[in-house]
Design a protein around this ligand. Structure first.
Ligand SMILES: [Zn+2]
Length: 525
């Protein structure tokens, strides 16, 4: 039912699209003029993969509304401003973005912003962990260039992923800034909506820019798999954010960024920010959150038991609990892994237990390889296929894996994968995709005629399990496998992050966690 209503709403929205931007806004309406722009990706600089422009699936002009359920024509928010959407692009995590792709998307955004100005406000929708080849702090660069076009009077509200990084210049050029309060990010859309609501409220009330923005760098760098808000200490730490942010007494918003661990820049570390009009309250709230974070730093552990792949497989085979999930964490495409590392699948297929078709059933999600997909399509469902797959981008840990088996299904049309095939090798159902795709939902499997609930073992390239998979697992171990997002951070060759940094440097002194007030956008640094 929900889906039908949603379909209708999208239909209405698409019909209205043609009119949205051509209704020339005038000052007479009294409504604020608000632009929307942003690019979202987290990209690992420890992966040989690169990300091109098409990976962002950029939405232009009125198509941008489709990214936000709260911006549907029927929504109250939509009626409160003259919206002037420029470009919003969101890519799956990956390797560093090419300079060409970045410049192209930024320049298209700036051209659009030049066309439809002036603006009272701008909603800046970013992830915050984009790496671009040869450029530091891309989001800070992007927003600085936006400021050169829209000017410094425009109120800019930035929303981010809590795994993003907040540089000083990103903080300065943003007037309002916030991030998710949940990992997994079940509050992603709520956070974006809050950023828009706060922007509108400041514009409509005439209060404008918040008088104070407190920024505190916290010298901690941890992987997302240790900082889920489902468990302690992340749970309690993040539960303090909303009460601080939303009591409306001089504080507008508060946020804690864990930061992104698989890039190597000075901005990669945790940050706390609080915005508002009451200097003392803003500063004290930020200092409390930063202090709380530092105090619990030693309590962060992996969200599930971890082990070598060998141990995980042995435990899963011996267990009575099924489906037994194993996260293949090192090449997690939703953290920035290339997604085509074959090391884990190679080890699985070599195990004697899985050689026979009637052995313990294991679903492996997934390995991208366009050539093998082509072969499977030629063979057809039920046909035999033989070839190699993966390791076209990241062959550092294992060569392409040999697959010889029966084609069980062929499904076309997924936005990310484009074509997905299932090849059964021994008792292993291997999902092979044309392009890389994360497998986060039950339907990702059932669409392919796979039954994860009745499988003995399900191995997914993922870190912590997304909610639907988490609800499905009877047991779960995270395998610490090699790849571009190796969870064992101590093994990563950091050269440029600030030091000392927890947990890499032992015996760290108490850091200075006093609030630094960021000058208003447009003011001298
Ligand atoms: Zn995230």
């Amino acid at each position: 039912m929900k889906h039908i209503l949603w379909g209708l709403a999208v239909g209405i929205l698409l019909v209205s699209v043609g009119f949205a931007q051509s209704t020339a806004p005038t000052k007479a309406t009294g409504l604020p003029r608000i632009a929307i722009a942003g690019l979202g990706i987290e990209s690992s600089t420890f992966s040989p993969a690169v990300t091109n422009e098409d990976a962002f699936h950029a939405r232009y002009g009125p198509e941008v509304y489709n990214a936000y359920p709260f911006m549907m024509p029927v929504s109250p928010l939509r009626k409160q401003a003259i919206w002037l959407p420029a470009i919003v692009g969101k890519s799956l995590p990956g390797g560093a973005v090419t300079r060409e792709a970045y410049e192209s998307l930024v320049n298209k955004t700036l051209d659009s912003l030049k066309k439809y100005g002036p603006y009272d406000g701008l909603y800046f929708d970013i992830h915050g962990a984009m790496s671009v080849v040869g450029l530091d702090d891309p989001e800070g660069d992007f927003l600085t260039r936006i400021r050169h076009v829209v000017g410094y009077k425009t109120l800019i509200s930035t929303s981010m992923d809590l795994h993003g990084n907040v540089s000083w210049r990103l903080a300065q050029n943003s007037d309002l800034i916030t991030c998710y309060r949940m990992a997994p990010h079940e509050d992603a859309m709520q956070t974006k909506e809050r950023a828009v609501v706060n922007l509108l409220e400041r514009l409509k009330s005439g209060k404008g820019k918040p008088a104070y923005k407190a920024w505190i760098p916290v010298p901690i760098l941890l992987p997302g798999e240790k900082t889920s808000t489902r468990i302690e200490p992340g749970k309690s730490l993040y539960s303090n954010v909303e009460p601080i942010a939303d009591h409306g007494n001089g504080i507008i918003d508060a946020a804690i960024w864990i930061g992104y661990a698989w890039a190597d820049e000075p901005r990669n570390h945790a940050v706390v920010m609080v915005t508002g009009d009451d200097k003392a309250k803003v500063g004290q709230a930020a200092e409390k959150l930063a202090r709380d974070f530092w105090t619990v730093r030693n309590q962060f552990g992996f969200v599930a038991p971890t082990g070598t792949l060998e141990k995980c497989l042995t435990d899963a085979l011996a267990s009575k609990k099924h489906p037994f999930f194993i996260s293949d964490t090192g090449d997690n495409p939703t953290a920035g892994g290339a997604g085509d590392v074959t090391w884990t699948l190679t080890q699985i297929l070599a195990r004697p237990e899985f050689q026979r078709a009637d052995g313990p059933s294991l679903i492996y999600a997934s390995i991208p390889d366009p050539e093998l997909v082509k072969k499977a399509m030629a063979a057809g469902v039920g046909g035999s296929v033989e070839g190699v797959a993966g390791a076209r981008v990241d062959a550092r840990f294992a060569p392409p894996v040999k697959l010889k088996g029966t084609v069980e299904s062929i499904v076309k049309g997924d936005k990310d994968a484009e074509v997905e095939v299932v090849v059964k090798v021994g008792s292993v159902h291997v999902i092979v995709t044309q392009k890389r795709k994360p497998y986060h939902k039950e339907i990702d499997f059932t669409r392919l005629n796979l039954a994860p609930r009745t499988a003995d073992i399900v191995v997914v390239k993922i870190g912590y399990l997304e909610p639907e998979l988490y609800a499905m697992q009877a047991d779960w171990i995270m395998a610490l496998t090699p790849g571009g997002v190796n969870q064992d951070l101590a093994r990563l060759p950091y050269k440029r992050i600030k030091r000392p940094m927890f947990p890499f440097d032992t015996n760290m002194k108490q850091p200075d966690l006093s609030a630094q007030f960021v000058p208003l956008s447009g003011a001298a640094k």
